[in-house]
Design a protein around this ligand. Structure first.
Ligand SMILES: O=C(CO)[C@@H](O)[C@H](O)[C@H](O)[C@H](O)COP(=O)(O)O
Ligand SMILES: [Zn+2]
Length: 188
């Protein structure tokens, strides 16, 4: 067991190292887009399935509550929390529409819309990002597994260099925290 545990720590460290190498430049651009969005009075919408739904909520909460600095509340909404909307949309239109329908309802031009999917291929995430694109939002992806179909839809797709869902998710929340740090710094 100890060998397995050490193996997970080692894999995690290696994916973090490769992510730093491959994603840092792109991450600066994403941080700037999000800081500019907030400064311009726009908002951030996030969504994903399972663990990525939790990530969407976690990151939105850092904006609305606080991260490091004492600053004003910032507008971010996870589209994974309204069970009435989620169940009605899934029941009436299909599960693949649960995010796109909410994006149509809530997003405006120049809002930032972040879709989180480790495979890059979850249909409801893809539909949500496509809807955001049509509304001229800034479309950002957090993905893994070479990016999947999110590569074709996102303006910036942050593809974590791993094929292991858990390792990808661990870096996704790290990316989220780096973005929160950068937005905080841009505001104070
Ligand atoms: O957290 C985990 C696995 O670590 C799961 O809940 C995982 O998020 C779910 O299987 C998702 O449905 C996977 O979807 P995606 O990341 O490929 O879009
Ligand atoms: Zn998980």
């Amino acid at each position: 067991m100890i060998e397995q545990i050490k193996g997970v720590f080692a894999d995690h460290a290696e994916v973090v190292r490769k992510s730093e190498e491959e994603l840092s430049e792109k991450l600066i651009e994403v941080c700037n887009i999000i800081s500019n969005c907030i400064t311009a009075g726009k908002k951030v919408l996030l969504f994903g399935n399972g663990g990525s739904a939790s990530d969407a909520q976690h990151i939105a909460a850092e904006f609305v509550g606080r991260f490091l600095a004492e600053r004003r509340a910032l507008p971010a909404i996870a589209l994974t929390t309204d069970t009435s909307a989620l169940t009605a949309i899934a029941n009436d239109y299909g599960y693949e529409m649960v995010f796109s329908r909410q994006v149509e309802a809530l997003a405006n031009k120049d809002d930032v819309v972040i879709g989180i999917s480790t495979s890059g291929n979850s249909q409801n995430v893809l539909e949500g990002l496509k809807a955001a694109s049509q509304l001229e939002c800034k479309v950002i992806g957090f993905s893994g597994n070479s990016g999947g179909k999110m590569n074709d839809i996102c303006e910036f797709n942050l593809v974590v260099p791993s094929n292991v869902t858990a390792r990808i998710q661990e870096v996704h929340i790290l990316l989220g925290h780096i973005i929160c740090m950068s937005v905080d710094k841009s505001l104070i």
